[in-house]
Design a protein around this ligand. Structure first.
Ligand SMILES: [Zn+2]
Length: 234
């Protein structure tokens, strides 16, 4: 019998009927934990983003296992604005679909805790964008914006991002190919809270998410809404 226990972040659940659910939790110590669980009557539904303590046991490691999930409190997703809620749903979807079962991801976990706290602030979208970069990096598809992708170039005026290599390109080396490159959003070079920059950044991370994960083609109802709503902001 295998048994593990960890604190974590509730990501979502699928109803199998008969008050049985498959729940997914991003746990601090073991990464993604999926398991069958029964909701005790009168306990109320858990929402994505809530802090929980999960206990998971299974006869074999590859089994879905039984879990019990206890709400720890400290974060109330229902208090978020509708837009921040879309960010939260997008984050939860990416995590529950891409994380590997029982593989700890300490840095992404920290970044996710940080983002959850930021969702109630006015500039949550900027934090969400940075979280997507950390997410891509963790999954092995990070953007390298530290130097120009051209061999031996150490120019500081990085102005583009290559959709092929996910690397920065300086103004000189990028100019002849500018139609095929992303313009570097200002918020990735200096502090900028301009929503136009953040939306530009989300288009770029969205491009790399789609390239890395085929599921993103079907996922972004939340994320599409997120982009459209942010772009609408006057
Ligand atoms: Zn260059």
């Amino acid at each position: 019998m295998m048994e593990i226990q960890s604190d974590g972040i509730f990501l979502g659940q699928k109803n199998l009927g008969d008050s049985k659910y498959v729940a997914k939790v991003f746990s601090q110590d073991f990464g993604l934990i999926s398991g069958l669980f029964r909701v005790p009557k009168h306990s109320g539904n858990l929402q994505a983003g809530e802090y929980v303590r999960v206990r998971w046991r299974a006869r074999l490691e590859e089994h879905l296992g039984q879990s019990s999930i206890e709400r720890l409190g400290g974060f109330d997703p229902l208090g978020l604005t509708p837009r921040a809620m879309q960010g939260l749903l997008s984050m939860s979807y990416l995590l529950q679909t891409a994380l590997n079962e029982r593989e700890a991801e300490a840095r992404l976990y920290e970044a996710t805790l940080y983002l959850l706290a930021a969702f109630s602030s006015a500039d949550w979208a900027r934090h969400y964008l940075e979280w997507e970069r950390t997410f891509l990096e963790t999954m092995g598809f990070g953007l390298d914006l530290s130097t120009c992708a051209s061999v031996g170039c150490n120019m500081q005026n990085l102005q583009y991002i290559s959709p092929k290599s996910a690397r920065a390109v300086c103004r000189e080396h990028g100019a002849p190919y500018r139609d095929q490159l992303f313009e570097m959003p200002k918020c990735w070079q200096e502090q900028s809270t301009d929503i136009v920059d953040i939306v530009a950044g989300l288009h770029i991370t969205g491009y790399f998410l789609k390239r890395a994960f085929s599921f993103v083609e079907t996922m972004p109802e939340f994320r599409r809404n997120l982009l459209e709503n942010l772009a609408d902001t006057p």
